[in-house]
Design a protein. Structure first.
Lengths: 233, 455
């Protein structure tokens, strides 16, 4: 049972890009509420604006118009430093292409958000160990990303996203670069994390079956607009 | 991000592109090395010149003469407006008084006279000078043939090589042989002569309380050394001498000086008087003050302090130009740093995006690039100082070999003082940080979405 406490709210959010004379509206007046503890899937075809909306919700980008509120805080009004702190302390992010730093070992990659958050060295080691254990990669911690399979890399990225104990976990096509088995394992893991930690998960996907199987709610986007928003099935 | 974490990440990043970063760091090192080598040359030459000139006694010496016998060039340039004191004679009392002045190291008379030198049937007229013990450390005797005087009162002589050539060929064959000086000895006038003086007094309508007698004498001295340079400039006043004696030996000869008669006539001194006294002070900076005090005592003075100031000016300009040329190489090296870091931004665009997505602030990213630039500056600076020192040492080594082939003593022409080593390293870091300003701020401004999209 998902509690109904609003955590993140998009209010008539738009994001425009200029390409010469043309203005492209990637997200067009989308209003959406993310409830605390829910697993929300942003579903849509390529170019529907779902990844752009995710970037806005995760504080990677600012909307051209509209507001995004975390509880009562408008992210659009935060300065660059405050927005960075929001990404660091409130948000965990998993990307389609894993985005682990190839020069670092898995352990060092997972430790990176803790370095940025200026967590003490002693506390870091335990938290890294805990995050890696949660995704089942503790024995591979000394390996570099190139020495891991795609599924392992994505689990490593998930450990990195979790290590700062964020309130919201954003995942942008987390299964996009994985085969179906590994993709399903990652989503099971996301679901397990949501259930055990009570974490809010917002996932972008273009695979309806996966969204319907794992998400509590699906928001369907097309051409930058929110088409539907409801419980799957 | 904490400084330690920042440093670790910076070093890790530098290690990853080890070849390119090493070459950039080497560029900084070469720039710093050229700067250090040039400035060390300037500092070394300045130190060498200062040491030589200080040891020569030119710049810590004040030449004191009676106002009867010498009007210093300073007086001519800047007339003394103070009331004129009565001219004083340079006698033992004056000597003692000068010795008592603060910061005076030693006072000794300038004993210089023209004499006949007899050796092996030859008789040559030449100038003889008494040298104080302190002249031994002047550097003029480095590389001399033979040795310095065995004691301050020894019956020994050192000859200038040109004079030696007139006596024997080769001049070194003179060492251990004796020569004879024939000179005019000054002594008190006997009683009967005093009566004659009284007669002179009447003739000149003046009062002459005493007089002196001149007697021809001979003195045999052992030749102990042959010298190529002239040690007399600072220690004995001006004008070259060709035969040098220990000062005490020269004093004991009581050679008649040109001022003897004048002193008797004009001031009535009864004891020994001196043509000039040399006052050596503890430091060249004491010269102006002591010179003023001596003038107040009623003597004329002359020093070469102005020449020291000019010398410092020349070396300051010299150092400035050497530094400018050295800095040019460092400027070129800083362009290398800018290039390396700008390339790093392009290559690490995605990494910057990841860092920002994970919560790195603009300041974190900027600091990271700064730290990398600073690290290249630090390592380049340290390596450059070492390289510059090596270049300087090689120059010294080469110069020493060349000088030794010319039968001259070796000299240290390059010197890297601690302030130059620290300053050059600091300068390299500052230049590197300035070079890193643009790349760092460009990296910090990157939008995470754009950076993550970059492949």
């Amino acid at each position: 049972m998902v509690p109904v406490t609003p955590l993140l709210k998009a209010e008539r959010v738009s994001r425009e890009y200029r390409l010469g004379e043309a203005v492209i509206r990637a997200v067009n007046e989308v209003s959406l509420t993310v409830q605390k503890g829910e697993f929300l899937a942003l579903l849509g075809s390529s170019g529907s604006g779902k990844s752009t909306l995710l970037s806005l919700l995760a504080g990677f980008d600012r909307p051209t118009s509209g507001a995004i509120r975390l509880r009562d805080r408008n992210l659009s009004e935060l300065n660059a430093e405050e927005l960075a702190r929001y990404r660091r302390d409130t948000v965990g992010m998993v990307f389609q292409s894993f985005n682990l730093l190839p020069r670092m070992t898995l352990e060092e990659n997972v430790e990176l958000p803790l370095r940025l958050a200026e967590i003490d060295r002693q506390a870091r080691a335990a938290r890294v160990e805990e995050a890696l254990a949660r995704v089942g990669l503790a024995p591979r911690k000394r390996h570099r990303p190139s020495e891991l399979s795609g599924g392992e890399q994505q689990r490593g990225a998930l450990a990195r996203a979790l290590v700062n104990r964020p309130e919201i976990l954003f995942a942008d096509e987390p299964t996009g670069n994985l085969d179906s088995t590994n993709g399903e394992q990652i989503l099971l893991l996301l679901r397990e994390i949501q259930d055990s930690l009570g974490m809010t998960v917002v996932m972008v996907t273009h695979e309806r079956p996966l969204a319907e199987k794992f998400a509590n709610r699906i928001a369907l986007l097309s051409d930058g607009r929110l088409i539907s928003n409801g419980v799957p099935g | 991000m904490k400084t330690r974490d920042l440093s670790e990440l910076a070093v890790r990043n530098l290690r990853e592109a080890v070849l390119r970063n090493s070459l950039t760091t080497l560029g900084v090192a070469v720039g710093v090395a050229s700067l250090v080598a040039m400035l060390s040359l300037g500092v070394g030459l300045q130190t060498l010149a200062s040491q030589r000139l200080t040891r020569s006694g030119l710049f810590d010496a004040i030449f004191v003469v009676s106002q009867h016998t010498f009007q210093g060039p300073r007086r001519a340039q800047a007339p003394d407006s103070s009331p004129k004191k009565e001219a004083r004679v340079l006698d033992d009392a004056a000597w003692h008084q000068l010795t008592q002045l603060a910061n005076v190291k030693e006072v000794y008379p300038q004993i210089r006279f023209i004499t006949d030198v007899r050796f092996g049937g030859k008789s040559l007229s030449t100038s003889v000078l008494g040298l104080p013990d302190s002249s031994k450390s002047s550097g003029a005797f480095e590389g001399m043939t033979g040795k310095y005087f065995s004691s301050s009162g020894a019956d020994e002589a050192i000859l200038h090589v040109e004079f030696g050539k007139e006596l024997a060929d080769p001049p070194s064959s003179l060492i251990g042989k004796d020569l004879t000086l024939r000179y005019a000895e000054r002594s008190s006038l006997p009683q009967t002569a005093a009566a004659y003086s009284s007669f002179l007094s009447d003739m000149m309508s003046g009062s002459i309380p005493s007089g002196l007698a001149i007697t021809p004498r001979e003195k045999t001295l052992r030749i102990v050394g042959i010298i190529e340079s002239d040690p007399s400039a600072g220690f004995g006043g001006f004008g070259g001498a060709r035969v040098f004696l220990p000062l005490q030996t020269a004093e004991q000869l009581h050679v008649a000086q040109p001022n003897d008669l004048q002193a008797i006539i004009s001031a009535g001194a009864s004891g020994a008087t001196y043509t000039a006294l040399t006052v050596r002070v503890r430091s060249p900076k004491d010269v102006p003050q002591i010179e003023a005090e001596i003038k107040k005592l009623g003597f004329s003075t002359f020093s070469l302090l102005d020449a020291t100031k000019s010398l410092r000016l020349v070396f300051t300009v010299f150092d400035l130009f050497l530094g400018l040329f050295g800095s040019l190489a460092l400027t070129v090296a800083s362009l290398g740093i800018i290039n390396t870091l700008v390339m790093a931004i392009l290559e690490r665009r995605r990494e910057i995006g990841i860092l920002k997505a994970l919560g790195a602030t603009d300041r974190d990213v900027r600091s990271l690039f700064f730290a990398e630039a600073g690290a290249m500056g630090l390592f380049g600076g340290i390596f450059g100082v070492a390289l510059g020192w090596l270049i300087g040492s090689a120059l010294t080594w080469g110069t020493t070999i060349y000088l030794r082939r010319q039968d001259l003593p070796g000299v240290k022409i390059s010197y890297v003082p601690w302030w130059l080593a620290l300053g050059a390293t600091g300068f390299a870091i500052v230049v590197s940080l300035v070079a890193g300003l643009y790349p760092a701020s460009r990296a910090a401004r990157l939008n995470p979405v754009d950076a993550l999209r970059y492949e």
